[in-house]
Design a protein around this ligand. Structure first.
Ligand SMILES: *Cc1c(COP(=O)(O)O)cnc(C)c1O
Length: 388
């Protein structure tokens, strides 16, 4: 095992920033109040919650009332999909939901869940680069469509969808658009009006905030049925005592991410291209998955023919390099990523792909070390298990 860790799995989660931790600490110790309490400790907590909401609303270009704090990205996706679909059906708007084939499972499985209750779900296809075609959305919209959900940037291949254009098409037909913007935060603009979205999911641990806290932006007037019932918190849209330290951390992390975004993006893009060009240039029969230009500045999803991704990950791990694959191991056999297969990759190619996602701590030397390690590592695997 290597003693130096090269962490290239920021799309899975990011380390908590020290300044964010410092902002949270008072609310983890000397300020224990519940924002619903009348007394002074409650008021301090309520004040912190208000400040956090204000800071987030400023970045999203919305009002404070349109922000719902949740327990993370999966919860926000579930609230958007189930909450809007059920509320729309109750209003007689129909029970058809549109998503895409490359969504995160929090969206895909929430939509599948609705099918059990009589909803119909259409999954928009993507092209070979992983992009949704606006014409496909136009063709899929129906008079009974209750909601469209298409992610802003994909977590596996990093492709960036034409969200504003998709939003305009939805709005011509009076259908709300939800976007999972989890991977976009800190990398792409989040102004909800410019994006033409009615609902948007974010989660703090993907931008150097704490785990277990996220938000759903819900445009004023969009019908939404709460999915967690109980107290009247979050304007009756999400019950439960607010995670005050988490929410304070989310706001601090998002503010920092937004402030440094231009320089962060420029730096990561350069490192990402160094990795893509270096790896594809030095490993025979290797390729980049996803659109080269319209992709997140920190994502390099690379394929290596005749090298199973799980084996690549194990050998990388022995060198102290943390990466990831979209494949899941179920009952001993490798399930190919639903994203890569939707893009038209064969099962062989889809199970030979590895995601490197860069972040704050990534240094040029890290990239050079990975590029230097890959050719021998892949050659070793191909020798051990020759391609048939
Ligand atoms: C990580 C992620 C989620 C889930 O967020 P959690 O906070 O882990 O529940 C949802 N969507 C995308 C695109 C993600 O990358």
């Amino acid at each position: 095992m290597s003693d130096r860790i090269i962490y290239l799995d920021h799309a899975a989660t990011t380390p908590l920033d020290q300044q964010v931790l410092a902002a949270m600490l008072p609310y983890l110790s000397e300020q224990p109040g519940n924002p619903s309490s009348i007394h002074q400790l409650g008021r301090v907590a309520m004040h912190a919650l208000d400040d956090a909401r204000e800071a987030v609303a400023l970045i999203l270009g919305c009002t404070r009332k349109e922000i719902i704090f949740t327990g993370g990205g999966s919860e926000s996706d579930n609230l958007a999909i189930k909450g809007v679909a059920l509320a729309q059906r109750q209003r007689g708007k129909g029970s058809h939901v549109i998503t895409s084939t490359i969504e995160h499972h929090a969206v895909l499985h929430a939509a599948e869940y609705l099918e059990q209750f009589g909803f119909e779900v259409t999954q928009l296809p993507v092209d070979a680069a992983g992009l949704v075609r606006p014409d496909d959305l136009r063709a899929a919209l129906r008079p009974d469509t209750a909601l469209v959900s298409v992610m802003y940037a994909n977590n596996e291949v990093g492709t960036i969808q034409p969200i504003s254009e998709l939003g305009a098409i939805c709005h011509e037909r009076g259908v709300p658009l939800h976007t999972d913007a989890v991977q976009a935060a800190g990398m792409l603009p989040l102004d909800v009006d410019a994006l033409n979205v009615d609902l948007m999911t974010l989660t703090a641990h993907k931008f150097y905030g704490p785990k277990g806290v996220g938000l759903l932006y819900a445009r004023h007037g969009v019908p939404l049925m709460p999915q967690i019932n109980g107290g009247g918190q979050e304007r009756r849209r999400r019950a439960g005592t607010e995670n005050v330290p988490g929410i304070v951390g989310l706001a601090a992390a998002l503010t920092m991410a937004e402030e440094r975004r231009p320089s962060y993006v420029a730096r990561l893009r350069e490192l990402r291209d160094r990795l893509i060009d270096g790896a594809v240039g030095s490993v025979p029969q290797s390729w980049l998955n996803g659109d080269r230009e319209r992709r997140l500045p920190n994502n390099a999803n690379l394929g290596f023919a005749c090298a199973e991704s799980e084996s690549v990950l194990l050998l990388l791990d022995q060198e102290g390099i943390c990466a990831s694959s979209g494949s899941a191991c179920s009952s001993g056999s490798l399930e190919p990523s639903h994203v890569l297969t939707a893009m038209g990759l064969s099962v062989e190619h889809a199970t030979s792909s590895v995601r490197f996602s860069l972040g704050q701590g990534t240094q040029p030397k890290d990239i050079d070390d990975v590029v230097a390690a890959l050719p021998t590592l892949i050659a070793r695997l191909r020798e051990m298990a020759p391609c048939v």
